[in-house]
Design a binder for this molecule. Sequence first.
Ligand SMILES: Nc1ncnc2c1ncn2[C@@H]1O[C@H](COP(=O)(O)OP(=O)(O)OP(=O)(O)O)[C@@H](O)[C@H]1O
Ligand SMILES: [Mg+2]
Length: 318
Amino acid sequence: MAPLLQVENLSAGYGGVKIVRDVVFNLHENEVLGIVGESGCGKSTMVKAIARLKGMNTEILSGNIRFKGQDLSTLSKEKRRKIMGEDMAIIFQNPEASLNPSRKIGHQFLETMQNHRGAVRWSEMRDNAAEIFNKIGLDEVDRILDAYPFQLSGGMAQRVAVALAMLLKPKLILADEPTSALDTTVQKQVVEEMLALKKSLNTAMIVISHNMGVVGKMADTIAVMYGGRIVEIGCKEQILNAPAHPYTKALLSAVPKLGAGLPVGLKGRPPHFSCIKEGCGFYDRCIYCTEKCASYNNVACEIRKDHWVLCGRKEIYA
Ligand SMILES: Nc1ncnc2c1ncn2[C@@H]1O[C@H](COP(=O)(O)OP(=O)(O)OP(=O)(O)O)[C@@H](O)[C@H]1O
Ligand SMILES: [Mg+2]
């Protein structure tokens, strides 16, 4: 089956400055791709380049993004707007970014439906909202639909934002740190709910998270980003249990694990986007680097089936 989303040599950024570099991956129906990497490595920029909503100044500098075979980078704004919400939806870190503070929840649900389905009555919207609320265990449908976002707790508002994103049963959800603003208990609950919704609606997802636990729980495939590039991508088990790229190894060893000794942590800082040189982007911080890494051609190598690594030191992971 053809992939739902095909990202081909995507480079994207702001004001001509390249942030995301030559990113390649496929996402299949129903699949969850988790994206990890240090703050500022370009995770949100990549997702924003896919969504390019109004107000997002992210530019596609080269490459293609095909969704159900259509190239989103050349599609008209109107056609893209039609796809967003209907086929693809986005969930942000804070519910304030997804919900309008001055409109009752019910009106926002109604507007979303009307934007895509024409004249929709309140009762029809209520049925649709109730179906989604029910799947994530939100009762009190009418109380929520009649509330303003500020009348809900942060956790409840984020669950409503998830429900709104899922309202039209999109094929793909882009979730940028969907649980990071929540406390641990609510975070777990929202992760469970998103997984339940995904399962019942067969939604594919791209989930960005700083929390390796969240990615480990949700993702089928994990992509590790560094300096705007995907430096390693593969199935969750491979990435977590047999990481190959020196950056992935360092990132995972920085996560405190029970009985795994002291976290090692990473020294130094990621490179500045304005001065990324040719060669390996992780060169300056890598404990395995040799002189030849400075001229590495950044061509990914498939070390096992569907497990790709961007590192010229094959001898350390082969
Ligand atoms: N709207 C914007 N305009 C200009 N530059 C931006 C914009 N958004 C992000 N950047 C720059 O792009 C780079 C990557 O940022 P991005 O937000 O994609 O990183 P991230 O991996 O999502 O980080 P975090 O984990 O902190 O959310 C940073 O250098 C940032 O300053
Ligand atoms: Mg981000």
